[in-house]
Design a protein around this ligand. Structure first.
Ligand code: AMP
Length: 202
């Protein structure tokens, strides 16, 4: 990297099932920048049994967000180790206070928002059916069973995981939208050069 090259500070946003993980890994494979995923960061802490990990587990198990002050401290602490790198943040910021705290610490150059229609995500996320006894997984689109709703080998009925049921998926997507709407509005309102807001529509 040349001496005059600037470091890129980027954020990627997108609902569960929007393809955020895939897009992020494509970007980080082709460009020299660090990928920091808040979910991975929390899961790492949980695995290591750190104080934050124990706290995070209690919230994640209840399907709740980690409190803003804890999450912000953790993310900013991690970013301190990456000052000499370009980075792409994934999963953080998730709320307005987190976005404001990040803004106070760093100038964000770009926000990529993957705007995938609810219907498309719902189709993707609800396409998975499993045979509970064996754990065999089918996907209605890519790997369908020979007969709809029936396991190929045993002839037993397939089920959908609680997480993959349309009503659960819709609830998760709605919660994501409610949380992140203020964050997106905040970024859309930032006009300071060279801020770039990228909206990718599917
Ligand atoms: P993810 O892998 O991004 O879906 O994150 C898994 C879980 O970690 C989420 O359901 C939240 O409970 C928690 N989490 C991840 N990122 C954040 C964040 N920025 N703020 C609060 N909680 C978070």
């Amino acid at each position: 990297m040349g001496a005059s090259a600037r470091l890129l500070r980027a954020v990627i946003m997108g609902a569960p099932g929007s393809g955020k993980g895939t897009v992020s890994s494509r970007i980080t494979t082709h460009f020299e920048l660090k990928h920091l995923s808040s979910g991975d960061l929390l899961r790492g802490n949980m695995l290591r049994g750190t104080e934050i990990g124990v706290l995070a587990k209690a919230f994640i198990d209840q399907g709740k967000l980690i409190p803003d002050d804890v999450m912000t401290r953790l993310a900013l602490h991690e970013l301190k180790n990456l000052t000499q790198y370009s980075w792409l943040l994934d999963g953080f910021p998730r709320t307005l206070p987190q976005a404001e705290a990040l803004h106070r610490a760093y100038q964000i150059d770009t926000v990529i928002n993957l705007n995938v229609p609810f219907e498309v995500i719902k189709q993707r996320l609800t396409a998975r059916w499993i045979h509970p006894a064996s754990g065999r997984v089918y996907n209605i689109e890519f790997n369908p069973p020979k007969t709809v709703g029936i396991d190929d080998l045993t002839g037993e009925p397939l089920i959908q995981r609680e997480d993959d049921k349309p009503e659960t998926v819709i609830k998760r997507l709605k919660a994501y939208e409610d949380q992140t709407k203020p964050v997106l509005e905040y970024y859309q309102g930032l006009t300071a050069s060279p801020f770039i807001y990228v909206l990718i529509e599917y």
